[in-house]
Design a protein around this ligand. Structure first.
Ligand code: FAD
Length: 675
């Protein structure tokens, strides 16, 4: 009998969709020994998710792939609301900006999920040897509970089965349109039966020597979508409703006389339902349409009769809703149908060793364009935390903040989607007396209110050992208090020092100039996602003797053997392996040079010389404007220190003089590396 291959890996990721790929990108950027497996033989090539929020673009930019998405995507600038007039004929009733002006340096765009996955795959390949292992899926999962608190242990044992190419290629129905075969997305939709168990049974029938292997992992991330195998192995549940709303999706190049077809539109017809129009890349337009083709099953739920849904049915619904305008197509790129369910996982992790992310822990309707974004943001939150624990930089306690931070976001998402779906799916009110109908004023107000949430910018993480602010203590699923270390170290931010920065939210951006070469940079561009903590010192006018004195004292304190830099940076590591110190001052740029700053802000390397990329100035650029970051972010001219997490969320704000608080803050969750 052939011996079964057995190996160790620090992080095993199950699922190569947006959530799994984001996780793998962190692992690649942080040089973690990781593997990622996916039961499918290929990535997605068209269709499925397409909306990218402005926060997601900021995140992709921090990973070095934002520019690709920004360039290729269709930019959505305006939303048009269409409603029935007094004669029941649809009319444009309003126009609103698609992204709230000024909230980000990016605006919402659309590009299909397959391209986003491509960008991730390229970034992972560039930074590491990690590759998505396709046609590979787990068949068993065991956790040795006696080892879960041992940092060096591999408490998770997973059996992986390697599928044949045929098994890994999903059976997919196709439609012929004008002689061209168009594949649909039904096999991924929740209207299709999950094939995980069938695949496992099939692969067991083969007696291939290398078809099974055993992997021992320190951490496992289940990013395996709405039917999550990992979730069911853990015995965890999704809680919430499954509604009767069935949605059809058509990606077409439309031929239409509808004037706003290149705008994002929400169209409510008087009695034929509603449609969301999403203008896409390559002249494509996506139509999201609510269908009513449901049938009651034996139990209490109702399921769609899939056989009755096809592109023609979806198109005919669109034609009714958009009448008197005409719409048809010659080119169909993709189509699918799915049933809306709004549900959240009861728990996002087990023993802080196995984590669930993305659709595996939250499902909801896609028309608010949130699923892919929130899924990627789950693992954007988790990836750097696991990486810093695996590297031995941080204590395992920070892993508790994954659930305390992300479950709340998932719950908000579900509440938002619930409200939005009801308003979107309902029939417009005929008049003020029509209590059953949806008021279009209410719809617009909800749309505007939801905008901030939908942008992803509103995320505000609560108090914890990595977010130093006052607030209610958040409990982890097992009852332990995630903010306890922070409370013990007694570090609380003073947000009055920079009123435009909120502790717990992502740091806003504004351009500053590099002191050494006058090149303008967006503040967020100085914070690439590579696992480092940033300590940004807003030093004020350093030609002023008081500010200068504060900066010198701060540099002396930070440089001492008992301060965080020395304590928590591993022996022999590069000076900015764990912490990057940045200074942004507002003295006149030409009145100082980098040599007027303490050496800690311009570290020297025998081979590379001075590091010129740590000192920045608040000044107007020659070609790109800006200047005045101190006013834009409400920064006190007496200066302040801002600690920014590796994922760009703000952990702490305090005065320059309180250097001890910075060391105490890091002492709450980092491991001492050098005595
Ligand atoms: P998935 O994308 O589902 O990825 C899971 C991966 O895990 C898959 O590659 C799968 O093959 C693999 N896998 C599953 N089980 C196993 C197993 N047992 N072993 C190994 N691998 C496994 N979101 C938006 O943000 N904007 C939109 O406009 C939008 N539109 C959508 C339109 C449609 C029609 C649909 C269906 C979804 C849409 N979504 C949208 C939602 C979005 O596609 C999902 O939220 C997103 O893909 C979730 O990412 P994920 O990585 O968590 O899961």
């Amino acid at each position: 009998m052939a011996t079964v291959l057995e190996s160790n890996v620090d992080v095993l990721i199950v699922g190569g969709g947006p959530a799994g790929l984001m996780m793998a990108t962190w692992m690649a950027k942080c040089s973690i020994n990781a593997r990622i497996v996916d039961k499918r033989g290929t990535k997605i090539f068209n269709g499925q998710a397409d909306g990218l929020q402005c926060r997601t673009l900021e995140i992709l930019d921090s990973l070095g792939i934002g520019h690709r998405a920004w360039r290729e995507a269709n930019h959505m600038v305006e939303i048009c609301l269409w409603n029935p007039d007094e004669n029941g004929v649809i009319r444009r009733s309003d126009r609103i900006p698609d992204t709230i002006p000024g909230i980000s340096r990016f605006q919402q765009v659309v590009l299909h999920q397959g391209r986003i996955e491509r960008f991730f795959l390229d970034a992972i390949a560039e930074a590491s040897d990690i590759r998505v292992e396709r046609g590979v899926m787990p068949s068993s999962l065991k956790i040795d509970e006696s080892l879960v608190e041992d940092d060096a242990a591999y408490p998770i044992t997973v059996t992986l089965r390697h599928l044949t190419e045929k098994e890994a290629t999903p059976r997919q129905s196709s439609t012929s349109v004008n002689g061209e075969v168009v594949q649909d997305g039904l096999f991924r939709s929740n209207l299709a039966k999950d094939d995980t168990q069938d695949l496992l049974e099939l692969s067991k029938l083969r007696d291939k020597a290398n078809s099974e292997e055993i992997v021992h992992a320190k951490y496992l991330v289940g990013a395996d979508g709405a039917h999550s195998w990992t979730r069911s192995q853990l015995g965890l549940k999704l809680e919430g409703d499954s509604t009767d709303y069935i949605w059809g999706v058509l990606d077409i190049v439309p031929i239409t006389d509808f004037p706003d077809i290149r705008m994002r539109c929400a169209i409510h017809s008087a009695s034929n339902g509603s449609i969301m129009v999403i203008p896409r890349e390559n002249k494509l337009v996506r139509l999201y349409i609510q269908l009513t083709t449901t049938e009651k099953t034996g139990d209490t739920s109702s399921r769609a009769d899939r056989s009755k849904i096809n592109p023609q049915v979806i198109l005919e619904s669109a034609q009714k809703i958009m009448a008197p305008y005409k719409i048809t197509y010659r080119k169909l790129d993709w189509w699918t149908a799915y049933q809306i369910g709004q549900r959240v996982g009861t728990s996002f992790s087990v023993h802080d060793r196995v984590f669930l992310a993305g659709d595996a822990v939250h499902t909801h309707s896609p028309k608010a364009g949130q699923g892919m974004n929130v899924s990627m943001q789950d693992t954007f939150n988790l990836g750097w935390k696991i990486a810093s624990v695996v590297k031995g930089h941080a204590k395992r306690s920070i892993l508790k903040t994954y659930q305390s931070e992300r479950r709340g976001i998932a719950q908000e998402l579900i509440a938002f989607d619930h409200k939005f779906s009801r308003l979107f799916s309902g029939r417009p009110a005929k008049d003020v007396m029509d209590a059953e109908g949806i008021s279009m004023e209410e719809f617009k107000a909800a749309f505007l209110k939801g905008h901030m949430f939908a942008s992803g910018i509103a995320v505000n993480y609560g108090a914890s050992e990595i977010v130093a602010k006052e607030g209610s203590r958040e409990e982890h699923g097992d009852g332990t208090d995630v903010s306890v270390a922070n409370v013990q170290s007694n570090v609380i931010s003073d947000e009055s020092l920079c009123r435009g920065i909120t502790v717990g939210m992502r740091i806003p951006s504004h351009k500053v100039l590099n002191q050494a070469d006058a090149r303008p940079w967006h503040l967020q561009e100085l914070l690439p996602s590579n696992g480092r903590w940033r300590i940004i010192v807003f030093a004020g006018n350093v030609t002023n003797s008081e500010q200068r004195g504060k900066l010198e004292k701060l540099a002396q304190d930070f440089g001492s053997q008992s301060a965080f830099l020395s304590l928590y940076t591993p022996e022999g590591a590069k000076y900015d392996e764990v912490f990057e110190l940045l200074v942004i001052h507002n003295a006149p740029r030409t009145s100082v040079s980098i040599f007027d700053f303490p050496e800690i802000f311009r570290p020297f390397d025998e081979i590379d010389g001075w590091d010129y990329n740590k000192i920045f100035v608040d000044d107007v650029s020659y070609h790109e404007g800006f200047g005045n970051i101190y006013d834009a972010l409400g920064i006190s001219h007496s200066g302040c220190v801002v600690i920014v997490r590796p994922d760009q969320y703000v952990s702490y704000v305090g005065p320059m003089e309180n250097t001890a608080a910075v060391s105490r803050f890091f002492g709450g969750f980092l491991r001492v590396q050098q005595q």
